[in-house]
Design a protein around this ligand. Sequence first.
Ligand code: PRX
Length: 648
Amino acid sequence: MSETHPVPARVSEGAVGPVKSLADWREVRQRSADDPDGFWLGVTKERLAWATEPTRGLDGSYHTIMDGPIAWFADGRLNITVSCLDRHAASQPDKVAILWEGDDPSEVKRITYRELHEEVSRAANALKALGLQKGERAIIYMGMVPEAAIAMLACARIGAIHSVVFGGFSAEALRDRVRDCGAEIVITQDEGLRGGKPIPLKAVTDQALEGERGVKKVLVYRRTGNFVGWTEGRDVWWQDIVPAQSADCPATIVDAEHPLFILYTSGSTGKPKGVVHTCGGYLTYASFTHATVFDLRPDDVYACVADVGWITGHSYIVYGPLANGCTTLMFESIPTHPDAGRYWDMVERHGITIFYTAPTAIRALAAKGDEHVTRYDRSSLRVLGTVGEPINPDAWRWYHSVVGEGRCNIVDTWWQTETGGIAISPVAPATPTKPGSATLPMPGIFPVLMDAEGRRMQGPGEGRLCIEFPWPGQARTVWGDHPRFVATYFEHYPGMYFTGDGCRRDADGYHWITGRVDDVINVSGHRMGTAEFESALVSVEAVAEAGVVGYPHPIKGQGVYAYIVLQDGYTAGDAIEAEMHAACRTLIGAHAKVDLFQFVPGLPKTRSGKVMRRILRKVAEGQPEALGDTSTLADPSVVEAIVAGAKV
Ligand code: PRX
């Protein structure tokens, strides 16, 4: 029998969210199934401020998706910043919207809804003055300063489309994204600051833009004040242009399906995809799930310590929380700066009630010892969230009993860049939890497990996770490549969205995500394609071939294991490893680090030349006995060498 934790009384009592109990969850889900259009139209009219309210729910289906994207609320018109700013600036002007904590714990800023509304308006006017127009793209390459959120909202204010690129990405990766989306402007800062270390954001931007003609302007927020290179005519200091603008910027009203942002994410190929989210449906779903899962209450102090460079930062630091008029924390630093007590120090100082982080941070902090947690008062906490990768039961129990002292419900939220918001998760006041399970689907989400033969599974079992029916927060397309969107997500199982994840469903209908079934690895919650690593590695002259797979890692969730075949005449050694590390850093980013290299005489290939990745995975997982049939290999001796030299 599996371990089940009831909802603590402190979490269920006084619930105010759209789903207050398990009975509610059943009822709301049933409504979402019986009449999806009516259900979501009701949700969006209740939660968002529309300029023209929609009368239409869903247009299109997964069966017609090859002909064009689905649409939600197609006849509605809005500007999402009115929902996130104007109405709260009017009704609760002095409430703190963004509570910012800098790298140094003594640096705290509180930006009220009135101030945020004004600052976004100024920044939006500045973007207009720099020539950015509705529908054009802006790349945002920043650290965790409030201006990153302000820049996102300022783009949305004028109907421009933003694409935030995580500050760890390299110049090459940034350039690819600038080119792919055809950005007119890049918004960056002189340097980021994390754990006391400067991050050279402007210098990387300069390198990325060398020879690029498309980008007309670079708007630079001064964070550290250190010297940076400057291109006259192109570069503009944020501090020189934004404060001088009017604090009045009428919101540009757009169609519900106008793109809000593009966010690049890794898949099975070497080229990241620009996932497109649109205004009306995305914000409806981000707002609804944020209020539902966390049972958001008016006096909550809500802290999601992700980075705005990832979807979690978009949906659950910026858009969902601001749409819901809540106080949202932005955290510039890392969990171990100045020591491993930083998160809980913040909880005590700010009275945080909802705290949302990733399993990798939980595991890393658990390893540092309980005293870093217990020396702070965590009695304000009510809900503890996790996202980004499967959480192992031990880390879950530590979060539950040491951090939350058994008083909080844990919400293990499963979702993806493509889903736009949380899709499978406990609802804090409603759902009994099981350590390691993302539990039950949200209203409007209908998960299906498919077996190896492509048949729909009933009842308990393990298969590939698909979702059967569209929901408003779902990605609409891949920027500039709709056929790729269709091929990636809708061709495997006709009539369904394929998530790329494996999943087990137990007898209670609870979902247990088992990890990716495609060539995507998840390192410390960072999603990366094995093909991206492989193409970086083979760019090194000495490397003939590379095969990259994930393997279980106690802190990072997955580590990166690279099998390397050298060109003739080269010998394995530290110098080549250093070159390979440098190539990954340069072509992908500082977060893309190979953990283990194994030099091999060849990769296991079928007679038709296809690399048998299953073999590479099993060896990296330390299960060489489970290799299965290797008789179809072109050269079985390669496998013996791989097994003999395995690094785990
Ligand atoms: O494999 C799943 C894993 O992260 C993938 C999505 O990554 P990304 O688009 O970067 O978005 C991360 C933040 C939403 C999924 O396909 N994943 C995410 N959350 C969980 C998870 N795996 C298990 N449990 C989760 N709670």
